[in-house]
Design a protein around this ligand. Structure first.
Ligand code: ADP
Ligand code: MG
Length: 396
């Protein structure tokens, strides 16, 4: 069954509550990257063009104490939204109360209202993050229909997603959320095969659930990143001083047994003697010295991955292949970007904050079918878990 999307709604003359993800990086009150604001424009513009009254809201950062309030004020974001939309955005510096209620009820067709950070409500008993039923009901009362376009928080039930949805007549997905459902949901529910997963990044322990789920679903799982060393050590290899989770060796062995030939481990790595951006030496994974530290996958591994990826129709990738932040250890991650860019007729999906940042900073962002906007949410979705922020959207 397909989910209702914003373009299925009749928005004309309606107050449309739009939950976006404006959790942008900030420094000293200034936005350092507005990608997330830009990404939400299609949904907001659609509502405005079709005569809706847009009530836009988001969380920003975490609110644990008074001091967090000023740091996570959404006002600069409203200003930026105004510039990007080329029209005024009325900002209410509150998450409830008479001013907000009056602004919402006086909003005209094609106008935009934004209210303060939904997590300001967390200061008093975590009302937003714990989905306080009264809060969701209150926010729902400000509008007529609800559009959820925030994927990054879809794996948690909050008042601003699930809570509102429970109290409005209609809930639809925004265009961003719809794209996540189409690509990640598609890979989970009915992947075109061969289906290859590439997993890397820092820790096995972050990704156990995903590896287990992919053992069932994917045709191949290619492993890189620091997590490769936990698997290699579990196989009895000497990994020198490479990053390893020694308390996860048994688990790694279980996964190796469960996955059998599906799991493909690197055959070589780029090593140094210290964690620094210096020129490394390529070594076979069978010839590490006691003081070798592996910081990237090697060229033979890329060759192997190329063979495994030939003809793939669905590829999901989570976690960089090496310490891509250092130029001497970015080649493996760049190589995988290249391999995926060359695949024909394949759905290529990146999930994970650092992997997405890697693809962007290395210049490959437009080469993928989909780069997920949610780190934790995309992992849980790939695991096959139900995401409350998606479940709460109506079926068509
Ligand atoms: P994602 O956010 O995409 O899920 P992770 O957070 O799991 O990815 O991991 C990203 C981090 O893993 C990067 O900062 C990268 O430097 C680090 N990393 C990758 N390979 C290695 C390695 N061999 N040794 C140490 N750190 C590594
Ligand atoms: Mg990360």
């Amino acid at each position: 069954m397909a989910k209702k999307i914003v373009s299925d709604l009749k928005v004309k003359g309606k107050r449309v509550l739009i939950r976006v993800d404006f959790n942008v990086p900030m420094k000293d009150g200034a936005i350092t990257d507005d990608t997330r604001i830009r990404a939400a424009l299609p949904t907001i513009e659609y509502v405005l063009k079709n005569g809706g009254k847009a009530i836009v809201f988001s969380h920003l950062g975490r609110i644990k104490e008074e001091a967090d309030l000023a740091k996570n004020d959404l006002r600069p974001v409203a200003k930026r939204l105004e510039e990007l939309l080329h029209q005024p955005v009325q900002f209410v510096n509150a998450t409830r109360g008479a001013e907000l209620e009056s602004a919402a009820s006086h909003l005209k067709e094609g106008e935009v209202l934004m209210f303060q950070n939904t997590r300001y409500e967390d200061l008093d008993g975590k009302k937003e993050s714990k989905n306080d039923p009264e809060l969701g009901k209150y926010w729902a009362s400000l509008g007529d229909v609800f559009v959820n376009d925030a994927f990054g928080t879809a794996h948690r039930a909050a008042a601003s997603n699930v809570g509102i949805a429970a109290n409005v007549s209609e809930t639809a997905a925004g265009f961003l959320l719809e794209k996540e459902i189409r690509y990640i949901g598609g890979a989970v529910d009915h992947p075109n095969r061969p289906y290859v997963a590439i997993l890397g990044g820092a820790k096995v322990s972050d990704k156990i659930g995903v590896i287990e789920a992919l053992c069932e679903k994917a045709d191949k799982i290619l492993i890189g990143g620091a997590m490769m060393f936990t698997f290699l050590k579990a196989q009895g290899k000497n990994i020198g001083t490479s990053k390893c989770e020694d308390d996860k060796l048994d688990l790694a062995n279980e996964l190796l047994a469960k996955a059998g030939k599906k799991l493909v481990l690197p055959v070589d790595a780029v090593c140094t003697k210290e964690f620094a951006d210096v020129c490394g030496v390529v070594k076979s994974v069978d010839e590490f010295a006691a003081d070798d530290m592996g910081l990237d996958i090697g060229p033979k591994t890329l060759e192997l991955f190329k063979k495994e990826l030939a003809g793939a129709k669905t590829v999901v990738w989570n976690g960089p292949m090496g310490v891509f932040e250092m130029k001497n250890f970015a080649a493996g991650t760049i190589g995988v970007c290249e391999l995926l860019a060359q695949l024909k007729d394949a759905n290529t999906i990146i999930g994970g904050g650092d992997s997405a940042a890697a693809a962007e900073s290395l210049g490959y962002a437009d080469k993928f079918s989909h780069i997920s906007t949610g780190g934790g949410a995309s992992l849980e979705y790939l695991e096959g878990k139900e995401l409350p922020g998606i479940t709460c959207v109506d079926e068509k």
